[in-house]
Design a protein around this ligand. Structure first.
Ligand code: NAI
Ligand code: MG
Length: 334
């Protein structure tokens, strides 16, 4: 039967880069059926809320969602839509691969690193947020459970096996954050023992940042807790030419949402300037998740050829073309 996919075009540059991606999926012969759903500012205008029930129902029903960036209005008591989605669907694993292409602003060649970030616990759990009455003391709780740590670590190793990766580095700060990061590291060592075919290393987070900048080729798969994963994955995006090149998958037991790491880029929205590569790479992650590796490889190759030859690339990649020209160049290669 035909695979149905929920598509949220999103705000700002979202519709342009998501539409470009759908054209590319169709051209590659993917034969998906799309159910379009609203979220973010567009949903607020059309339905009076940021995350309408019918959108949640479609995400649950099709289990696979491709999503453009969403604008969360500042203030007015709105909680981040992305955080809500991750919580609602228990999307515990955030998989953020970076791959360098020649001829871009990438700092190094041959970068190929996947950060697996725990998406629901740690400093971002939202637990115990308190500010004293005089406003001079603030606290929040960081919570790690054995179950949560084991789930993300096992996910990272299973992914490494499936994708033929050789090394997993568990990133922590157990020397200072003895309880939380300590538990994560303890479980990391236990899980590592179950995968003797993969090289397991551990590294303290601050050293990891320095090592990523100085000698990034030592890394293959990085697995870490929520806050460290957020920061490290942006650092990795910086290694390969910026946010326009960075996709992310949010994966749970029952559903998955594939998206760009960047936001709605209001500064360039509606100007045909956005680089659609991040969402196209997110769609490639989606294809691999669906067991369609051949189609994923074809699209990745087409992108690589366009970017490395500098044929109609966007400004952030050093070119002087727009979203539509870039997309056309990829379509022609497919
Ligand atoms: P942003 O990621 O939208 O933009 C940062 C800078 O990167 C801007 O200069 C932008 O022009 C550039 N940029 C981003 N994507 C690009 C692309 N594909 N091609 C070329 N240049 C690109 O971050 P900002 O401005 O802080 O946030 C804007 C809005 O996005 C906010 O409302 C924020 O809440 C939302 N946001 C949504 C996310 C999501 O839905 N996953 C993630 C991050 C932010
Ligand atoms: Mg982030």
């Amino acid at each position: 039967t035909q695979q149905r996919i929920t598509v949220i075009r999103g705000d700002g540059i979202g519709p342009d880069i998501v539409n470009a991606t759908l054209q590319i999926l169709d051209k590659a012969g993917c034969d998906f059926a799309y159910d379009f759903a609203d979220a973010g500012l567009m949903a607020l205008e059309n339905h009076g809320e940021l995350l309408p029930q019918q959108t949640l129902d479609l995400i649950a029903k099709n289990r696979i969602t491709l999503k453009g960036p969403l604008t969360t209005p500042v203030g007015e008591g709105f909680t981040s839509i992305n955080v809500s989605l991750r919580k609602q669907f228990n999307l515990f694993a955030n998989v953020r691969p970076v791959l360098s292409f020649k001829g871009t602003k990438a700092r190094y060649e041959d970068i190929d690193i996947i950060t697996v970030r725990e998406n629901t616990q740690g400093m971002y759990s939202g637990l115990g947020q308190k500010v004293s009455q005089d406003g001079n003391e603030a606290e929040a709780m960081s919570k790690i459970t054995r179950e949560g740590a084991e789930r993300i670590l096992t996910f990272a190793y299973e992914m490494a096996l499936k994708e033929g990766r050789k090394k997993v580095t568990a990133v922590h700060k157990a020397n200072i954050l003895k309880s939380t990061s300590g538990l994560f590291l303890k479980v990391a060592r236990e899980v590592a023992e179950r995968y003797p075919q993969i090289e397991s290393t551990e590294m303290i987070v601050d050293n990891t940042c320095m090592q990523l900048v100085m000698n990034p080729h030592q890394f293959d798969v990085i697995v870490t807790t929520n806050l460290f994963g957020d920061i490290i994955s942006d650092l990795c995006a910086g290694l390969v030419g910026g946010l326009g090149m960075a996709p992310g998958a949010n994966i749970g037991d029952n559903c998955a949402i594939f998206e760009a790491v960047h936001g709605s880029a209001p500064d360039i929205a509606g100007k045909n300037l956005a680089n659609p590569t991040s969402v196209i790479l997110a769609a490639i992650q989606m294809l691999e998740h669906l067991g369609m590796a051949d189609k994923a490889d074809r699209i990745r190759l087409a992108i690589k050829e366009v970017i490395e030859s500098g044929d109609r690339t966007t400004r952030d990649l050093g070119g002087n073309h727009g979203t539509t020209d870039f997309t056309q160049a990829v379509l022609e290669r497919l």
